[in-house]
Write a protein that binds this ligand. Sequence first.
Ligand SMILES: [Zn+2]
Length: 256
Amino acid sequence: MTPLFDTHCHLDFDDFAADRVAVLERAEAAGITRIMVPGTHAHSALKIESNTIRVQRSFGLHPYFIEAHQQSHIDWLEAQLDQHPTAPVGEIGLDATCSDYDLQCKLFEAHLALAARYQRCVILHHRKTQPDLLMRIKQVRDQLPDCGGVLHAFSGSYEQAKQWYELGFKLGVGGTITYSRAQKTRAAIGSIALDALVLETDAPDMPVAGQQGQRNEPAQVVTVLQSLLDLREEDEAIIRRQLWQSSCQLFGSAND
Ligand SMILES: [Zn+2]
């Protein structure tokens, strides 16, 4: 069976400091062979080793930590992109629940300029900012590489999903779809083109239904997949194959 790719997992966070090896073992047992660890801060480049799972990372300054970022961190970011020729730019974006929205916008523009210059796909964070984010991405879409990027933790309507898909972006499908109350998002994910979707956990955040308040972990990508299978018409083999291909389109083929 085609393996699974957790396209968004903060495995470098301290939440996993005590048992990261065990977490990776459980992920491996669940059939996960690749994990993308999105960058959130400057100088946070924890090396995570695994013999069986390929752990990749991207570089970015997350809007949630806007107060920690400094102008010089953009230089650091540029140096990382120089040193890591395939690393994506992320996790970046706009968060209306965080402070300094103007500064977030400036920082986001700086990231997009780097993504265009280095021809890297982007990993986008949004919270109550999807229309603004979409408008800004539309403005620069022709400067970004074909792979575009991924709107991580998608939630929203079919119309919103379709707008991202038409820009050539993927939608990160996570724990949200495991909640029956998330009707709009579940309907969107169930009916959008299959090649729009990639799986993610956003661990340690976004626990799946029934595990609220607990730490999430990459092995739970299987629970997200189970909900996806319930929402889709295609059979499991086809869904797994397409998810894998779409993830590789974003983050490189298995042999890179
Ligand atoms: Zn994240």
